[in-house]
Design a protein around this ligand. Structure first.
Ligand SMILES: [Zn+2]
Length: 337
């Protein structure tokens, strides 16, 4: 893997080609943009380019030298990554203090020490304050890259001391061909996944790994015949899909994805019912015939009410202690409308 193999992100590539060619590297960068669009991979490639001992042209790392291999395998002592640990809600001050201590020491194997902070929005207030001190007086030979999905979560004092590089959602057709080429996903399924992914390779890969296409086929079947009596069984069935997830956060994330499938189902019905132009979000193409049949028995008003209820449920997944109850309630409400 190297820059030329990263999908899309031409803006970020141009910026860094320029920086690498001119040698005008700043001390700190913020990579921001939707999840799963390649920020972490890009940070990896930047780090490799800065340390590679056998560059392929001006900017592309060779992927083969000892330095490149150590960065790729996560064994370089000069590349330190900080991420939110499973089951924790925040990255605390201790992790940033460790970063500070390490940044004060010279790099061991290369000319530059790189710190990559994933989930920067999860830093506690104390951790942000501690990081600010390092950004205000960055030790020489240090590069800090902060990865974040939304700039809203970052204090202005942090942002003002970094160069900001924006990452964009990828075109859906690019995600589609990636799935077909990389994972040999069948055309119908890859089109479905890439539409749902909204241009995020990370999300698309996860949807593929979780076998959501098949689960959605079952879901569509069940929603077409949904009655009030189904609420408990269907809720339990859906929860069983992510029984293997370890933490409540992972389970909630999966439930949100299933609720997005609910939303797509009713949005598709609305598109059929109102003869709206397909804006590229119509998901259940492979089941168009049964969807059209179902649409005949729904009114536009009822579909809008259901969509509102699903959006409300999605927004309340994190605040709700009992997700089974949330889902049962939603199913009862949908079936009653
Ligand atoms: Zn190399």
């Amino acid at each position: 893997m190297s820059f030329k193999n990263i999908l899309g992100q031409e803006y970020a590539k141009d910026v860094f080609r320029n920086i690498l060619q001119k040698g005008s590297l700043a001390h700190a960068y913020i990579f921001f943009g939707p999840g799963g669009t390649g920020k972490s991979l890009f940070a990896n490639e930047v780090t490799k380019s800065l340390n590679c001992i056998d560059m392929d042209g001006d900017v592309d790392p060779c992927d083969k030298c000892i330095s490149c291999r150590k960065v790729d395998s996560g064994t370089s002592s000069d590349v330190i990554r900080i991420s939110l640990e499973k089951g924790r809600k925040q990255i605390g001050i201790d992790e940033v203090r460790t970063l500070q201590g390490s940044a004060a020491l010279k790099p061991v194997e290369s000319d530059l020490k790189t710190f990559i902070i994933n989930d920067t929005d999860k830093l506690s207030e104390e951790a942000f304050n501690c990081l600010l001190k390092t950004l205000e007086e960055p030790p020489p030979s240090t590069l800090i890259i902060l990865l974040v999905n939304s700039m809203d979560a970052l204090p202005e004092t942090i942002v003002s001391r970094c160069q900001v590089i924006r990452f964009f959602s990828l075109p859906v057709n690019l995600v589609n061909s990636y799935l077909q080429e990389q994972f040999k996903v069948e055309k119908d399924i890859s089109e479905w996944i890439s539409t749902l992914s909204g241009g995020s390779i990370g999300y698309a890969t996860m949807i593929n790994d979780e076998g959501l296409f098949k689960k959605n086929e079952l879901l569509v079947e069940r929603l077409i015949k949904l009655t009030v009596e189904d609420n408990f069984n269907l809720s339990q069935e859906i929860h069983s899909w992510f029984a293997g997830k370890e933490t409540p956060e992972e389970k909630r994330s999966c439930l949100k994805i299933v609720l997005e499938l609910f939303l797509s189902f009713y949005r598709d019905l609305l598109i059929i019912k109102t003869n709206s132009a397909d804006d590229g979000r119509y998901l259940n193409r492979t089941q168009r015939r049964v969807m059209e049949f179902k649409a005949k028995s729904c009114s536009v008003d009822s579909l809008i009410t259901i969509i509102d209820q699903i959006i409300f449920a999605i927004n309340n997944v994190n605040a709700n202690a009992n997700t089974s109850f949330l889902l049962e309630n939603l199913l009862t409400n949908i079936a009653s409308i």
